[in-house]
Design a protein around this ligand. Structure first.
Ligand code: FES
Ligand SMILES: [Fe+2]
Length: 356
């Protein structure tokens, strides 16, 4: 357990019988751009899954194991009506039912593989496992209008982390690290970040952290893509959801638009961060970055994405080094400081959902 004055228990070790993550949630399984003409094998929440599109473009997710001789189905090939195993050619439909056995007329009723709930929405593919195979989703997957509004251009990628998913949550909930980890990109002066006004609010299973940095020097990424006149009023709005975080950062020229006006102008970076456990100790990080280009959308998007990749590479190095050291030292106490409030609230939400 960490020693803390205000927000305790966030790092308390979960009971041995508790799952490593909440199960009844929509998690990101893939970005839409990843699913094209090949099946995609990916372990999600300790389950090996194969994701694919059917001939009409619908997404499907099956257990990644052929029920004949256990070859991964992700080694197979796509056809208009389903996924064909790459060993003896059994063909499976979207629901996991075998619909063809080459050279054999009768298809046994047991010839099927488990199928998972999967839905595509706003360029993101979501999966729901539930506490067991009979649990149905109790809500639709989250929407993300930034991808579909037409106001923004965006791109993204998937990173694999040798670290548990909550270390990525911690990192995204606490952007004070920008002044130390991201000096060359989205950072800037460290003391501005450490002394930013911060407001933390919770509602249900979400936590919102808002940080304002008025009259600050724009960081390198900002000046590379937007014609700021001098100092800027900067904002960071972080919204934690159990399976993903939405982070809206940006800046306007000093004393122009109000930085809490939803219609404010200036330069925006709107990040979608899907954090999906792969196993208890490894994770998938699905990110997209959207921006509002003032000119030449493709060139601005390319520049913002290039800077985002540099930034997220910096985070990956820190988080994996952190986890390696945590393993080396084992369960030693950690302290809390003022920047940890939002991350600790997120940890408590996860703890409650794991045991509910
Ligand atoms: S292992 Fe899949 S068809 Fe034989
Ligand atoms: Fe970071």
């Amino acid at each position: 357990m960490i020693t803390s004055t205000t927000e305790q228990l966030a790092y308390e070790v979960a009971p041995a019988n508790s799952p490593a993550f909440p199960l009844s949630q929509w998690y990101v399984a893939a970005l839409s751009s990843e699913l094209k003409d090949k099946p995609l094998g990916r372990t999600l929440l300790n389950k090996p899954v194969v994701l694919f599109r059917t001939g009409d473009g619908q997404v499907a997710a099956l257990e990644d194991r052929c029920c004949h001789r256990a070859l991964p189905l992700s080694d197979g090939t796509l056809e208009a009506t389903g996924l064909r195993c790459g060993y003896h050619g059994l063909l499976f439909n979207q629901a996991g039912k075998c619909v063809e056995i080459p050279g054999q007329n009768k298809i046994p009723s047991k010839a099927k593989v488990p199928a998972y709930h999967v839905k595509e929405r706003d360029h993101i593919i979501w999966i729901w496992f539930g506490a067991d195979a009979t649990t149905e989703p109790d809500c639709a997957p989250p929407e993300y209008k930034v991808h579909s509004s037409g106001r923004y251009v965006f791109d993204g990628d998937v990173y694999h982390y040798d670290a548990p998913y909550q270390l990525i949550h911690d990192n995204l909930m606490d952007l004070s690290h920008l002044g130390y980890v991201h000096l060359k990109t989205i950072g800037g002066n460290a003391s501005i970040h450490m002394n930013a006004e911060m407001k933390v609010e919770s509602e249900g299973n979400t936590v919102r952290v808002v940080r304002h940095m008025p009259n600050s020097v724009p960081p390198p990424t900002y000046t590379a893509v937007y014609p700021f006149k001098g100092n800027v009023d900067r904002w960071q709005e972080i919204e934690f959801h159990v399976s993903h975080l939405l982070i809206w950062t940006g800046a306007v020229d000093v004393d122009t638009d109000a930085i809490d006006d939803p219609e404010r102008g200036g330069f925006h970076m709107r990040g979608f961060h899907g954090v999906t456990p792969e196993t208890d100790t490894t994770s998938h990080y699905f990110w997209t970055m959207a921006t509002n280009p003032v000119s030449d959308p493709e060139a601005i998007k390319a520049k913002v994405i290039e800077q985002t990749i540099l930034t997220f590479d910096e985070d990956k190095i820190i988080i994996e080094a952190q986890y390696k050291n945590m393993c080396r030292f084992g369960q030693k106490p950690m302290i809390d400081i003022h920047v940890d409030v939002g991350a600790n609230r997120a940890r408590r939400i996860i703890e409650q959902l794991k045991s509910s």
